[in-house]
Design a protein around this ligand. Structure first.
Ligand code: ZN
Length: 251
């Protein structure tokens, strides 16, 4: 839909014009829109961390966020949350927000829809039980989403949250260089994709990055501050303006 139009126009338009086209077409698809960010001119972004909790990555990220007094959103895997409930409690105790990433890191769009629906309902219930509060936000693994899995998520009481800028932090690099990858798509109201854990698709042998995930977060927060940006959680971002929703469907 809009993504096809955007892709067709992408190479002809300036980044500003491209953003105007995207925002105009997004207004037409709000009914099936995943949360993409917030409509604001304030230089603020949401930081989101996927694939945790992780005994190494999560405490490192929490320490870096605490040092800057910033809250963020963590999209967690149920099997890990049940394995490390103390990390779930630490995330919440520090004032951060938790959303569902999945029971495990399976790609939802490859499953029969009835199975996918059950997986979302069960995943939400199990993560809510560990967190001790209802889970509302959902980040599809690999960003994979069909219209049917989108509707199944909504039916399960979950709002899919997608992203704009990404640190591509499953690829190794110097922390400053990894953080700098975010700047190519940085803009007001965007949701930034980061990771406190590490998952790759089955058969993918990408080695676990060696960098300190806390150092990446610190470098990113410095870089945002240099550009007069502040960072917050997804819910914090929505306090700056109306929700920005987009039709996001990927196999
Ligand atoms: Zn993931």
């Amino acid at each position: 839909m809009t993504t096809g139009l955007n892709r067709a126009l992408a190479h002809r338009l300036s980044p500003q014009a491209r953003q105007r086209v995207r925002r105009a077409t997004d207004r037409l698809t709000t009914g099936v829109g995943s949360l993409k960010g917030c409509r604001t001119d304030t230089p603020v972004v949401a930081l989101t961390y996927d694939d945790g909790p992780d005994p190494e990555g999560t405490p490192a990220v929490l320490a870096a966020l605490a040092e800057a007094g910033v809250t963020a959103t963590f999209f967690q895997l149920v099997e890990r949350a049940e394995q490390y409930p103390e990390l779930v409690r630490a995330v919440l105790a520090a004032g951060h927000e938790i959303g569902l990433h999945g029971i495990d890191h399976a790609r939802l769009t490859t499953r029969p829809i009835r199975q996918a629906s059950g997986w979302l309902v069960e995943g939400r219930a199990r993560l809510s039980a560990v967190a001790g509060r209802p889970i509302r936000l959902f980040r599809p693994t690999y960003g994979a989403q069909s219209l049917r899995t989108y509707l199944a998520a909504r039916q399960a009481g979950l709002l899919p949250v997608v992203w704009g800028p990404s640190a591509d932090d499953w690829r190794d690099g110097d922390p400053a260089e990894v953080a700098n990858r975010v700047t190519t798509r940085l803009g007001p109201g965007e949701v930034v994709l980061l990771h406190d854990g590490f998952e790759v698709p089955p058969g993918d042998h990408t080695p676990r990055p060696a960098f300190d995930r806390g150092a990446v977060t610190s470098a990113l927060l410095d870089l945002l501050a240099e550009r007069d940006y502040t960072a917050t959680s997804v819910s914090g971002l929505l306090r700056h303006g109306a929700p920005w929703r987009t039709a996001w469907f990927r196999p």
